[in-house]
Design a protein around this ligand. Structure first.
Ligand SMILES: *Cc1c(COP(=O)(O)O)cnc(C)c1O
Length: 351
């Protein structure tokens, strides 16, 4: 390292700033997303907060949707307003409303598709075009789709980010976040992250790199398992409704078919018996699914938003967000789809 600390040579001078293992991880996502540059953080929220605080300033205005990830939503509703940054959260699938809000003035357009937990789909190319016309920086959270199934930069976004904790790592054993885009934007985000200190740990980067060796295989299997499970549930008499972008009954199916290469491993469904009590009778019967708040792992994970991702909300707030009390989020793993279906079948027997 001699010479690095006096700018004579390029190199790694301090772990909070850069690390060779972390750089390999960033480079891998950069290539998968077809971007000019990439930088990472300790968690998905680490990269999302670094991005918003690096790119925004008092007087700027963000346009986004109501259905963003819970933590992101807290930044929009609690933290950005403290810095006199305007935030407008639109109905997630009301593209006309989002376009109208963008036209009123938009410095940063923040999108997510498919969303959590009802897998709503937003038209990334259409909204990116509107964002561009208004001079906005367009940021897309691509965690649910992964770079295997969707590449937002090709659809007009300026930045694409991931919670690497989910599908990229894929084994529920490491946390991480990453963002890719133009060098100019990524450098600004890196500069903020280097100072706020939310650096990705090299050992986590190593675990994420190990997981990513099977990313493509896992996503193929998780997508086909999710399709099989969603189709089975849709035909089951005890099920009220299934939300999966791969189903032709899904509101966003046509858009998903246009912008995604596969429909991913996330689905959610409602029991006919619409109560948390019914959910708490149903979930313990599942033998092949772990009850947890995480998602995107090789094992199937289930959880009701009412007690996991949206536990901070009241029942009325969840209802206003379109999240029924008996909704169950199902993150499909890589098990045999016949086993998953047999498991659901026996668990649903008395409903
Ligand atoms: C989990 C998640 C995040 C936050 O990631 P962490 O690694 O938990 O900080 C952001 N966006 C989406 C869509 C997520 O699922």
């Amino acid at each position: 390292m001699a010479g690095c600390s006096t700018w004579k040579k390029k190199g790694h001078i301090y772990g909070r700033n850069t690390n060779p293992t972390v750089e390999v991880f960033e480079e891998k996502i950069r290539l998968l997303e077809g971007a000019e540059a990439a930088t990472s953080a300790a968690t998905g929220m680490g990269i999302i907060s670094s991005t918003l605080f690096a790119l925004l300033a008092p007087g700027k205005r963000v346009v986004s949707a109501k259905d963003t990830y819970g933590g992101t939503n807290v930044i929009f509703t609690e933290f950005l307003p403290k810095f006199q940054i305007g935030v407008k959260l639109c109905d997630t699938t009301d593209h006309n409303q989002i376009e109208a809000e963008i036209a009123k003035g938009c410095d940063l357009l923040y999108l997510e598709s498919p969303t959590n937990p009802t897998t709503k789909v937003v038209h990334l190319a259409r909204l990116s075009k509107a964002g561009k016309a208004a001079g906005a920086i367009i940021v897309v959270d691509n965690t649910f789709a992964t770079p295997i199934n969707q590449n937002p930069l090709e659809l007009g976004a300026d930045l694409v980010l991931h919670s690497a904790t989910k599908y990229l790592g894929g084994h529920a054993d490491a946390l991480g976040g990453v963002i890719c885009g133009t060098k100019e934007l990524v450098d600004r985000i890196y500069h903020f992250r280097e100072i706020n200190g939310a650096t990705l740990h090299p050992m986590a980067a190593d675990l994420l790199l190990r997981g990513m060796k099977t990313l493509d295989l896992r996503i193929q299997r998780q997508s086909s398992n999710a399709m099989a499970v969603a189709s089975y549930l849709e035909s089951h008499p005890a099920i009220e409704r299934v939300f999966y972008p791969g189903l032709s009954s899904h509101d966003g199916h046509v858009i998903a078919k246009e912008q995604m290469k596969g429909f991913g491993g996330m689905l959610s469904f409602m029991l006919k018996e619409n109560s948390l009590q019914a959910v708490s009778r149903f979930l313990p019967r599942l033998k092949f699914a772990h009850a947890a708040a995480n998602l995107g792992s090789v094992e199937t994970i289930v959880g009701p938003p009412a007690t996991t991702s949206h536990v901070e909300c009241t029942a009325a707030e969840r209802s206003a967000m379109g999240i029924p009390e008996s909704l169950i989020r199902y993150s499909t793993g890589i098990e045999d789809s016949a086993d998953l279906i047999a498991d659901l079948k026996q668990a649903l027997q008395s409903f």
